[in-house]
Design a protein around this ligand. Sequence first.
Ligand code: DP6
Length: 361
Amino acid sequence: MGGQSDKWVLMVTAQTPTNIAVIKYWGKRDETLILPINDSISVTLDPDHLCTTTTVAVSPSFDQDRMWLNGKEISLLGGRFQSCLRELRSRASDFEDEKRGIKIKKADWEKLNLHIASYNNFPTAAGLASSAAGLACFVFALAKLMNLKEDHSQLSAIARQGSGSACRSLYGGFVKWIMGKEENGSDSIAVQLADEKHWDDLVIVIAVVSARQKETSSTSGMQDSCKTSMLIQHRAKEVVPKRVIQMEEAIEKRDFPSFARLACADSNQFHAVCLDTSPPIFYMNDTSHKIISCVEKWNRSEESPQVAYTFDAGPNAVMIARNRKTAALLLQRLLFHFPPHSDTDLNSYVIGDKSILQDVG
Ligand code: DP6
């Protein structure tokens, strides 16, 4: 290991956008490997608006693995980071930089320590899929640094072990996480259904209703749902398999009315499962409900739906408008119903379109 001196540092920086599920993942059949009870489908967002940027570094002078999130040191001891690090280190390859005299053998990666600095350009743990972007970026940046030969699908299976939804952020555009059948999770991977150029007239508008951290994490919420909800089994076995097929078809044909109907129904059923959990989980608040009513009313007043809405494990609304004109009308309506400084807790809007993961050097 090393070269003329042991003072070298190798660094990689990557940027990974978050993704928003239009057919939701909720419930695991294996907690350690993070294997879901149903397939899910998501849209990857524009990295200019919601993304994680992570710089990873390796040096013989680092005496332990360390990580910082938004400038604050966090523990890497949690099982999820360790699962990803274990997988990554075991697949790392030899690395050589002749100019700088740096040579790292495959086995050296087990001994070398890493420093990881990650930054989210949006609120962490507020139901905007921060863990998805964070863990995907963690895995993608380290895979580059450690010279892994795995393709994005194989990397998605590593990211999945950090946070389920993270596996879908390894691709841009429309992505499906296949639940898989194998006990070891080898076939529980993300695949790209269509790239970011497909259906590029869609515009995503996010209403940040609250930037506060949610009270019930997705991990514990879905554990409680699996233990106590009867609806979740019906959803996973009867409803989602059919919806996934219909959603794939809607995406392929750019069929907005079907896309909107399926996305809204799936978000509402996911929140119904949360209410069917004991004790019930309330991720949405009054403002979220008002946004749903406003969009539903508008959609019903038109010949066909103009906007789809979906809510993850938090009150923030993700709305998908069929084109730019509709997005402008949507913003007009939102500003009318939820004016700034009103008594609702809606505080900002983020607008973007679908995009891709970037390796920034
Ligand atoms: C509501 O991926 O955060 O956003 O696998 O336990 O880390 P863990 O959960 P996480 O759950 C995301 C749930 C969701 C729906 C979705 O993104 O599909």
